[in-house]
Ligand binder design. Sequence first.
Ligand SMILES: NC(=O)c1ccc[n+]([C@@H]2O[C@H](COP(=O)([O-])OP(=O)(O)OC[C@H]3O[C@@H](n4cnc5c(N)ncnc54)[C@H](OP(=O)(O)O)[C@@H]3O)[C@@H](O)[C@H]2O)c1
Length: 316
Amino acid sequence: MSTPQTRRQHSFILGCWQLDDRSWTSLPLDEVERVIDTYLAWGVNTFDTADIYGRSEKLLGQFLKGRTDTKIFTKMVFFREIPTAQQIQHKLDNSLRNLHRDSLDNVQVHWHSPSLDFAPLWDTLRTLHDRGKIRQLGVTNFTTPMLKQALEYAPISTHQVQYSLIDRRVENTMQALCLDRGITLLPYGAIAGGFLSDKFVHVPHLSQEFDHARSFYYNTMIDHHGGWSGVHQLLQVMAKIGKSYGLSVAQVALNWLHHQPGVGQIITGLTTHRPQIQQNMEALDRDIAAADLQTLSDTSTALIPQQGDIYSYERG
Ligand SMILES: NC(=O)c1ccc[n+]([C@@H]2O[C@H](COP(=O)([O-])OP(=O)(O)OC[C@H]3O[C@@H](n4cnc5c(N)ncnc54)[C@H](OP(=O)(O)O)[C@@H]3O)[C@@H](O)[C@H]2O)c1
């Protein structure tokens, strides 16, 4: 029988971009340890990081050292050029050292330019996978044609994409491909950095925030999806449905996403606020009726345009 703890384990990954002190508030080490322990106590045992998240990999390595009951998913990010086998090996060695592991649980390739030729990268990664140095291969922010091409070369298990009631571009073509090829979707941005929460229900106009990564990442995303007015109207419907179940807006956002086809664990971004952690961890404890989930989908469809494939406007 599944306990709330095991349900959380299978439903959430802790997103650790927030440990990058170049983009986020610099947390002291004892605070980092405390917050990781808090999520572990709630049942979360999988963590998401990246080679480009500053000190995030190292901190996870430090605080999860020897915890063989945990998994750490990392990313290899290549911006412009196709890396050589040597460069890939170098990145792998760095991540292994940072994380204090003999092998990597999941390496997600993040590729910006669809015009680059994948074959050499995948040959190297497949060899590392076959040798057991990488247990699972994943991608993040791939377009549908990019993923189709990658599948010709390597066994891809997961795709990390932005997915929420605001950004549903994944539903245009990617979701069907992932369902067809048995690739698990790992969504991030489920609550759009906090915009999909009680905090913003009574905010009719957005003012620029300068101290939160929300401003540079999710503000831009909302602009590309028709602007704040549609999101604000959606928030009213989310709040109303949430109220009838005793759920907050963030809980409704997570609950809706959990029910979408192909979605595996939701990557929920680290927060140090205990009430927010509790809210997120309890988001799936109560069921929302299918008719209300459909109302949420229909409201989002009516209010928020979804143009393009994964990461289309982000690539410029
Ligand atoms: N592949 C990619 O390109 C990519 C891009 C972005 C993120 N990611 C990964 O996905 C993870 C999750 O994404 P994300 O953090 O951007 O999105 P998110 O989960 O939508 O937002 C997380 C932020 O929302 C706030 N929050 C958390 N719970 C809340 C609640 N109940 N009510 C109100 N606000 C709440 C917190 O900020 P405060 O603590 O300040 O309130 C938290 O840092 C990241 O950590 C990273 O690992 C990957």
